[in-house]
Design a protein around this ligand. Sequence first.
Ligand code: MTE
Ligand code: MO
Length: 356
Amino acid sequence: MSDHDLHSKKSGKTGLHPRLPPNQQLVAGDRWPYVGERSCLPVDGPWMIHVTGLVKRPITIPLVQLAQFPQTQITTDIHCVTRWSKFDVTFGGVLLGDLLKSAEPDPAARFVSFVARTERQHSSSMPLDRALKLGTLLATSFEEQPLPSDHGGPVRGVVPGKYFYKSVKWLERIEILEKDRLGFWESDAGYHNGADPWLEQRYIAGSIDRREAARLIETRDFSGMNLLSLDASQRDLRGLNASNALLRNANFSRANVSESRFQGANLSNANFRYADLQGADLSQADLEGADFAAADLRCADLRGSSLFGASFCDLDPENDAIDAAARLDGSTRVDIESLDRLTKPQKEFVLRCLGQ
Ligand SMILES: Nc1nc2c(c(=O)[nH]1)N[C@H]1C(S)=C(S)[C@@H](COP(=O)(O)O)O[C@H]1N2
Ligand SMILES: [Mo]
């Protein structure tokens, strides 16, 4: 049984489309969004690949020597944590397993960390046996062409069956470890270390307890605070000041946040379903993967915000039937160009509401 079958049986939860994990949306056609870092550090000389840590024979080779290992093509589905998915993407390169055969991991080896050649030494890690079983690839090609540099070329990790943040771009080092070492997003942004899209392992729970949350909600001032995964559902928070707050994965469903200030806030994957957002300032906010189904956005300001993977209604992927439509109209302020970040049916829905 595949991982997918296993999970959908276990949780009893499948997306509307059998290949689409819960709460994901398909990006149209050949679109492939960019997420996270946009470039690597420059190299002078050839790109080098290192395999280090708990291995009998560490590897340091120029990338071209990967050609001497067996070449594998895989076709996989990409699922980004910010709720977009892309089906049937073909990558070519060398399987992690084939590379590790010649490095000979130690019996004590339990984890693998993929480290990028970027300013922040971006990394992501996972149990080694899972990485091997899932068919993790060191990808150097995409659709039979060299992997574009803005998508992680010349070489990136591709971990099939996990949220895409496990797939490290501009891969430079593969470190074999005895103990896990949390990656960049997992330690910095609260992304779940498991990253299973079928179980919706997107974020870890928030760090503030319920009493602290209740006290904060009383003050109606979240400005600049880190409130990952805060539960403010159904609260009356009219006039809240949440400018520049970190509110990834926060839950504002059915909350009254009218006239609130979210300017510059990080609201990626926030839940605003059925929320009252009339007159709210969401300008310059990160709204990637935010859910505005059935929210009231009249007189709200979304200018300068980032909208990859955001949604404003529920759509049946089979027939595009609309449910839980957000209320937007001519009074809602949106940059029309920013709507290109939405899936096509979401964009069309918003444009219709705006009367364009
Ligand atoms: N080096 C590096 N790799 C990274 C990231 C990053 O910021 N830096 N972001 C991750 C995330 S969250 C995603 S969804 C994918 C995005 O890949 P793409 O930009 O090619 O779509 O890369 C992953 N790998
Ligand atoms: Mo992501």
